[in-house]
Design a binder for this molecule. Structure first.
Ligand SMILES: O=C(O)CCC(=O)/C=C/C=C(\O)C(=O)O
Ligand SMILES: [Fe+2]
Length: 313
């Protein structure tokens, strides 16, 4: 089955706290390469693995992962609000295929998603409704988190199920790599914050604007060096990309949740989306080749920022 993968870091700070023009130019070139790759591949289905940042999933019920048969974006950090063009029939077929393979998948018939999903669709496809998509939420921020092996199992099961669809499938990962942006944490949160993380009260426009401003300020503080955030870790990021490039996906099973957070920051768990996407590509194609690989540490975006394309053999 024709299959490909693209990994793209997201950042709420893109366009809001940009790095120097020469850095932006290098990112633009890498993103253009990914767009050209996608145009040449001509996918007719995108399986999009992305995290949520307490806009759609809350501690009242927090699944490790969840596949959507319909989805709606909230429109945070300047992304578009509205429905994603979910291919419901393909989503249902993949969900059944994953469950049949013994992975306990949660399904949402009305998923709420945020910039984690919307940004890659806008950047690569020009909008959130431009391509048939199956959104797959992968928890990358809300501890406790299970072992990475389960994410690899999810990605493998989705890749195997996708191979039965007879479609041209692009597996797209959104997030990571090492980064430690200000995302609220339940442990030790004051009661009002804890209640919001558990119940998920939709923020007022003023509350959303205040939260977004806090992230922008964190980006400025990070560039200025006055921050307690765990630093971007290019060595860790490149180790991850090396393993993806060599197809050594089983090696990720030994990566621990605590170790990942300590070495690469609280949001480094977003790399679970990358591991899922590449596991899907490996399962759908048997083997793959990395076609392009861009990486740069971008403090203004609080991101170890990567853009990668890979083609199934
Ligand atoms: O209100 C808030 O605190 C929102 C925080 C938030 O959404 C941060 C997101 C950061 C990323 O998506 C990232 O750097 O990957
Ligand atoms: Fe994120």
């Amino acid at each position: 089955m024709p299959a490909a993968a693209v990994g793209l870091s997201h950042s709420p700070l893109i366009g809001k706290n940009d790095p120097a023009p020469e850095v932006l130019a290098r990112v633009d070139e890498a993103v253009d390469t990914a767009r050209t790759f996608i145009r040449a591949f001509e996918p007719d289905l995108v399986v999009l693995y992305a995290p949520d940042h307490y806009n759609g999933f809350f501690y009242k019920e927090m699944p490790p992962f969840c596949l959507a048969t319909e989805a709606h974006a909230v429109g945070d950090f300047g992304t578009t609000a509205g429905p994603l063009s979910v291919d419901t029939a393909a989503a249902k077929a993949l969900a059944q295929g994953v469950l049949d393979r013994g992975v306990d998948l949660t399904v949402s018939a009305r998923m709420t998603v945020d910039h984690g999903f919307a940004q890659p669709l806008e950047v690569l496809f020009g909008g959130i409704d431009q391509v048939p998509v199956v959104p797959v939420f992968v928890n990358g921020v809300a501890t406790p988190l299970g072992p990475v092996s389960r994410i690899r199992a999810l990605g493998t099961a989705i890749g195997e199920a996708a191979a039965d669809l007879d479609r041209r499938v692009l597996f797209l990962a959104s997030g990571g790599l090492s980064h430690d942006p200000p995302v609220p944490v339940l442990d030790g949160a004051p009661p009002r914050v804890a209640d919001a993380l558990i119940e998920g009260h939709p923020p007022t426009p003023e509350q959303r604007a205040k939260g977004e401003q806090r992230v922008v300020q964190a980006g400025r503080d990070y560039v200025a060096g006055s921050t307690a955030m765990i630093p971007i870790n290019p060595a860790w990021d490149n180790r991850l990309l090396d393993r993806l490039e060599r197809g050594e996906l089983a090696e990720f099973d030994s990566w621990t949740v605590d170790g990942m957070a300590k070495e690469a920051g609280g949001s480094a768990h977003e790399v679970r989306t990358w591991i899922a996407a590449f596991a899907s590509l490996a399962a759908a194609s048997g083997a793959y080749d990395m076609v392009s690989r861009f990486y740069e540490a971008i403090p203004a975006w609080i991101a170890g920022f990567a853009v990668v394309t890979a083609q199934g053999r």
